[in-house]
Design a protein around this ligand. Sequence first.
Ligand SMILES: Cc1cc2nc3c(=O)[nH]c(=O)nc-3n(C[C@H](O)[C@H](O)[C@H](O)COP(=O)(O)OP(=O)(O)OC[C@H]3O[C@@H](n4cnc5c(N)ncnc54)[C@H](O)[C@@H]3O)c2cc1C
Length: 392
Amino acid sequence: MSETAFTESEERQSLRKEVAKLASGYGREYFVKQARTGGKTKDLWLDMGKHGYLGVAVPEEYGGGGGGIGDLAAVCEELASMGCPLLMMVVSPAICGTIIARFGTEEQKQRWLPGIADGTLTMGFAITEPDAGSNSHNITTTARRDPDSSEGGWVLKGRKIYISGVDEADSVLVVARMEDARTGKLKPALFVVPTDAPGFEYQPIEMEIVSPEKQFTLFVDDVRLPADALVGDENAGLMQLFAGLNPERIMAAAFATGIGRFALAKATDYVKGREVFGAPIATHQAISHPLAQSHIEIELARLMTQKAAALYDAGDDFGAGEAANMAKYAAGEAACAAADRAVQAHGGNGITTEYGVAGLLVASRVTRIAPVSREMILNFVGSHSLGLPKSY
Ligand SMILES: Cc1cc2nc3c(=O)[nH]c(=O)nc-3n(C[C@H](O)[C@H](O)[C@H](O)COP(=O)(O)OP(=O)(O)OC[C@H]3O[C@@H](n4cnc5c(N)ncnc54)[C@H](O)[C@@H]3O)c2cc1C
């Protein structure tokens, strides 16, 4: 192994610096103000797109930078570390961009990828359903051939929950099921559904997260779609879906470590300045040790995220699967601990709106639940990595 195996390339490091610089021009104040006033982050999003950061992993021939998921994860982490964690980074360029780039037809790639890359087109992703929850094999949103369409169109029907950014999205990549003509069993398939399609409705869910990005319930009521709304092969939906899951987990891990870094930076800064017994509270190990612990946990999570991204970008989907799950787990735990310790280190100020730390408790908590919960990752590691029996 070369001496530099644990160091990111100079190119990646300068990408991080550039993104952090752009994001710091917006910063936490901007993000929170937009969240509290019902505003959006469209200007930041478009700025990111204009500079090539959203499309860094989109192939060059479709307007992207031709980089890998490691580059996109670095962008997501740096944004979050500056107080602007954008969930739609996980969804639009990472999940949707990857699935379309890998499995879309030439025409679909040309239609959607340039917009995803420059931010002028945002795509949501909808798999979660109220009754299926973590058991996505149980989803019931169904797709069938449209009997009134002479061109092989589709009709979609079902319901989704907790779908991020639908109000900002032009379309949503919806995971549905259709009947396998050979086996009669239901198999997953992916459809791009425009958010203004007749029969497609969405309602915001009141959430306690301080973020301009909102979550929605989707009602898909006999939505009619053209034949080419189906992305990829209708017989390989599961494999295609899995191809989007590794990038999703790697991005969620980067999102979480970014939040952790932001929380830790705030806490470190605060404890150096706050004096109670005649010296900065940072001199007490009860204050400094938990922060040092967080620094270690975040660095470990970043390392695993980089490993997962490196495996994925090298084409090792299987190896990346285990590492991406572990990275997401470690990053979620590190982010939650960092937010909790940051609040504690701030004392009463930790709960005030002015210091803006308490809001990180919920934001970090999301990274333990979504896109896959810590328990489901432990199930995966127990059965896949350790060969232990499954409980379900
Ligand atoms: C802010 C936010 C944004 C989201 N954005 C999107 C999005 O854009 N698109 C999308 O499709 N979804 C999205 N989700 C949904 C998210 O992926 C789900 O919330 C998540 O997968 C968990 O599913 P659930 O909420 O139904 O929990 P449940 O499945 O009901 O689980 C509840 C609890 O039970 C545990 N549990 C369940 N089964 C087991 C088991 N077998 N063993 C051990 N423990 C178990 C879980 O770990 C969890 O702790 C979002 C969620 C949030 C909070």
